[in-house]
Design a protein around this ligand. Structure first.
Ligand SMILES: Cc1ncc(COP(=O)(O)O)c(C=O)c1O
Length: 357
């Protein structure tokens, strides 16, 4: 089966190779060396001096950690789909008061609307933004939104689960306080690792919030960061895999080259989709560089396309949340060869014709 999923994605072969190695203790010199090197790679990749924590959880663990450490009472959640909604739900279930901005599905967060909302809600402590909303295939104008959040002096919490590694994020320049992702997306590593940066301001806030919890407590993580380790058992195979892909990216000539690979795959898929008469769901100009969310016509549902493609050896992704039946998605993250894109698009053309479309 060739994977064009939106996570977990196909893993890079060299990643799988290093993950086979025998285990060692997460308190050993071997681990500390691996941890430190991986953290340094990530700091350079994200252009940040902020400390990087490697959570033994998926990305949602970092989402919960961001809420618990950076918000005492009130957060503003920007919602463009299911994952923005999840951020708000996590905040509600952790006892926070949640303000929201929720444009119609497929439209980005507008910097002007955000500015107006923050002017009306001065007691908001932090703002959450989903950089790349995987459920709708939309990318938000993060650097512009970040400028607004910083103008109002709020903490900025960014879900970069399906963008980190696939498109540039300048953590320090943009002023992001918590920027997190998961191993199973653009880095092409198996699931189980939450990867994120935590600014000095976020860390300071975590020292004053009530009930930050233990597992994702930034203060405890900071203590272990200084020892090049993690408070609990580290997910060593995933960290070794992440370390390997960051090395590969370096060998490829740096992160811009890796982003260009994602853009090229995405461009080929999107151009062909449009040639086949299909349309992309999000508003023009805000299409995700790491996946395409494609509208299905009225008489065919997205799940039929997904199932027919699977029968022919290609796993795409079903529509998600409110778009379950009316869209399907094609991911372009992880280990994908260009010839497989061509083959997948040819098969999609056959499936489309089979469906009388
Ligand atoms: C944008 C976004 N945020 C959060 C998540 C949740 O990530 P995880 O499953 O790693 O917890 C996903 C997963 O698909 C996602 O795409």
């Amino acid at each position: 089966m060739k994977l064009f999923t939106v996570g977990p994605v196909a893993c890079y072969p060299e990643v799988l190779e290093v993950m086979k190695q025998q285990m060692y203790s997460h308190r050993s010199i071997e681990y500390k060396r691996l941890h430190r090197e991986t953290v340094e790679f990530l700091q350079s990749f994200l252009e940040t001096e902020a400390h990087i924590y490697l959570f033994s959880s998926t990305g949602t663990g970092f989402m919960e950690g961001a809420v618990r450490n950076c918000v005492n009472k009130k957060i503003l959640c920007c919602i463009n789909g299911s994952f923005g909604k999840r951020f708000a739900e996590v905040a509600v279930l952790n006892g926070k008061i949640v303000e929201t901005i929720e444009p119609p599905l497929g439209e980005p967060i507008s910097p002007d609307v955000l500015d107006e909302k923050l002017s009306k809600c001065p007691d908001v402590e932090a703002v959450s933004i989903t950089h790349n909303e995987t459920s709708t295939g939309l990318i938000n104008p993060l650097s512009k939104l970040a400028d607004v959040v910083k103008k109002h002096g709020k903490l900025l919490l960014v879900d970069a689960v399906s963008s980190m590694g696939g498109t540039d994020i300048k953590v320090d320049k943009w002023g992001i306080d918590v920027c997190f992702s998961s191993s199973q997306k653009c880095f092409g590593v198996p699931p189980g690792l939450g990867i994120g940066s935590v600014s000095k301001e976020a860390l300071k806030k975590s020292e004053t919030v009530q009930n930050p919890g233990w597992y994702f407590n930034f203060k405890i993580w900071e203590k272990y960061h200084k020892r090049n380790s993690t408070p609990m058992t580290s997910t060593i195979p995933q960290i070794a895999g992440l370390n390997q892909i960051l090395k590969t990216i370096d060998e490829l000539g740096g992160k811009e080259k890796f982003f260009e690979v994602h853009r090229k795959r995405n461009r080929i898929i999107r151009n062909e989709i449009q040639k086949q008469g299909l349309s992309i769901f999000p508003k023009k100009g805000y299409e995700s560089p790491t996946l395409s969310c494609i509208n299905t016509p009225n008489n065919v549902d997205g799940i039929t396309i997904y199932e027919k493609m699977r029968e022919k050896g290609f796993e795409l992704a079903k529509g998600y949340g409110n778009l379950k039946n009316t869209t399907f998605r094609i991911g372009n993250m992880g280990y994908i060869e260009f010839q497989d894109i061509t083959a997948m698009l040819e098969v999609l053309n056959e499936v489309r014709q089979d469906c009388g479309w």
